[in-house]
Design a protein around this ligand. Structure first.
Ligand code: TMP
Length: 233
């Protein structure tokens, strides 16, 4: 099963992904976690260029189309190097962001449009879709507040920042937020939304419940053809 986590910067998705990974491992599953951009050696380089706000001093202004293409280059690499091999070996793959992020940030935030993103996804990612997407969508203001605090800590501790996106104003994030809502509305079977600001442990329990139900349903579906076989076959 391929599960993605989505949401605005500071929505708490990375924390929730870690909680879920630990709980599923405790249930006896083999779990592979990764993030996008990143998660492979090539992806880590792409991440550094795309997210560090100082990179434009070296490479010049990054065009929205270049940003979109680099996000997909990263994604193709992580599909081939990590995600598809792990799925083939029966692992559960938990990925921090995937193509919904490109649709929300590049498609809506940068205004490139969903069609471009979904078209690239078909070409570059062979249209590989997650089985389940956990979308954390607390109110916009609280996500932004948390993201800014986290970035300040990162600069103090590591000396680098990851805030090229955080320079964007509130209208950019409002578009991202609204696009996430539209994706959830469109893909209701795939996307499960958590919009309250409940404590971390409460949300973690709800996410685990959703995932366990899906895993049980998948297992039942996998057994169903066996049960339907006529006697003697
Ligand atoms: P994060 O690792 O803290 O979630 O940050 C990744 C940043 O990259 C975040 O600001 C969203 C952005 N991003 C895109 O704009 N498009 C994408 O396709 C992906 C995967 C991330």
């Amino acid at each position: 099963m391929f599960i993605t986590f989505e949401g605005l910067d500071g929505s708490g998705k990375t924390t929730q992904l870690k909680h879920l990974a630990a709980a599923l491992e405790a249930d006896g599953h083999r779990v592979v976690t990764l993030r996008q951009p990143g998660g492979t050696p090539l992806g880590d380089r792409i991440r550094a260029v795309l997210l560090d706000s100082r990179s434009e001093a070296e490479v010049g202004t990054i065009a929205p189309e270049a940003e979109m293409a680099l996000m997909f280059a990263d994604r193709a690499q992580s599909l081939h190097q990590v995600i598809l091999p792990a799925l083939a070996q029966g692992a559960l793959v938990l990925c921090d962001r995937y193509t919904d992020s490109s649709e929300a940030y590049q498609g809506a935030g940068r205004g490139l449009g969903s069609e471009h993103i979904l078209g690239l996804h078909r070409i570059v990612c062979n249209n590989v879709q997650p089985d389940l997407t956990i979308l954390l969508l607390p109110p916009l203001e609280s996500s932004l507040h948390r993201a800014r605090r986290r970035n300040q800590r990162h600069v103090q501790q590591a000396g680098t920042d990851e805030n090229r996106f955080e320079r964007e104003g509130e209208s950019f994030y409002r578009r991202v937020y609204e696009q996430y809502r539209a994706i959830a509305q469109r893909d209701q079977n795939r996307v499960v939304v958590f919009a309250d600001e409940a404590p971390i442990a409460t949300i973690a329990r709800s996410i685990l419940e959703v995932v366990r139900e899906r895993l049980a349903a998948n297992a039942a579906n996998a057994r169903a053809p066996e049960l339907q076989k006529p006697a003697g076959l």
